[in-house]
Ligand binder design. Structure first.
Ligand code: C5P
Length: 237
């Protein structure tokens, strides 16, 4: 039995609490959904529960395939226990197909399928709008070491291979996604979450978006689309 402690941080869609065990934190998935640096916000009923279960399924799959993650166990419909990590303040984004911010930033056409997955670092800073950064920035400002950069890139790309496979097998394309890592006892471990809030998933046949782009673009059926993806992946909600 674990008891909930003080609120440690409140993100746009999740809250993180301490517990009575120093090394374990409680991650609460809320229904809150936000886009465009928090300018668009809405609570979508049932999203917290789906994301909690979705994330647990993906984290378990990654663990089973050699990627250490902070996930320990789900303890309620919308809560999971995780290992406490010292998070690196960067977001690791991998793109298999060009869409979203890369098209806006570089003026490139949407839909280009990259021959090799394209990796980008962004600084986690809401006030600055999470700007694109490179390895040199990370080292110069001591956000991470050269070794940590290499490990994050390597793990993010291994994750891409593992996830593209399971999505593809059920008729879905993993277009792009964001992951975050943290330090724990000398290791670099996958933290945060992997849910349709932080990735783009397209139906292979129709090209339909089944992720948070439905919310960003006012396409409707946001939670229903997350449910479709979960169902295809064999996640019971
Ligand atoms: O916005 P952009 O095209 O750079 O996003 C790339 C991928 O990273 C998308 O799947 C998006 O959902 C995810 N992302 C995220 N959190 C951010 C920025 C991007 O989950 N702060």
């Amino acid at each position: 039995m674990i008891n909930k402690g003080n609120l440690l941080s409140e993100g746009k869609a999740k809250s993180l609490f301490e517990t009575d065990q120093q090394e374990k934190l409680l991650m609460v998935y809320r229904d809150d959904t936000s886009a465009f640096d928090g300018k668009k916000k809405e609570a979508l009923k049932g999203k917290g529960e789906i994301n909690n279960k979705f994330n647990a399924h993906i984290m378990k799959y990654l663990e089973d395939n050699g990627i250490q993650t902070h996930h320990i166990e789900t303890i309620s419909e919308n809560e999971s226990l995780v290992r406490r990590l010292d998070m690196l303040p960067v977001e690791c984004v991998v793109r298999n197909i060009a869409t979203g911010s890369i098209c806006r930033r570089l003026g490139v056409k949407q839909g280009l399928v990259f021959e090799e997955p394209l990796f980008e670092f962004f600084l986690k800073d809401d006030d600055l709008g999470d700007p694109l950064i490179n390895d040199n920035h990370i080292i110069a400002f001591k956000w991470g070491t050269a070794d940590e950069i290499e490990i994050m890139k390597e793990k993010t790309l291994i994750i891409n291979g593992l996830l593209c496979k399971i999505f593809s097998e059920v008729g879905l394309t993993l277009v792009d996604y964001k992951v975050e890592f943290g330090r724990s006892g000398g290791d670099i471990i996958l933290g945060d979450e992997f849910t349709p809030d932080g990735c783009r998933i397209w139906d292979k046949e129709t090209g339909e978006s089944l992720d948070k782009d439905r919310f960003r673009k006012d396409l409707g059926d946001v939670v229903e689309s997350y449910q479709i993806v979960a169902h295809k992946l064999g996640i019971s909600i």
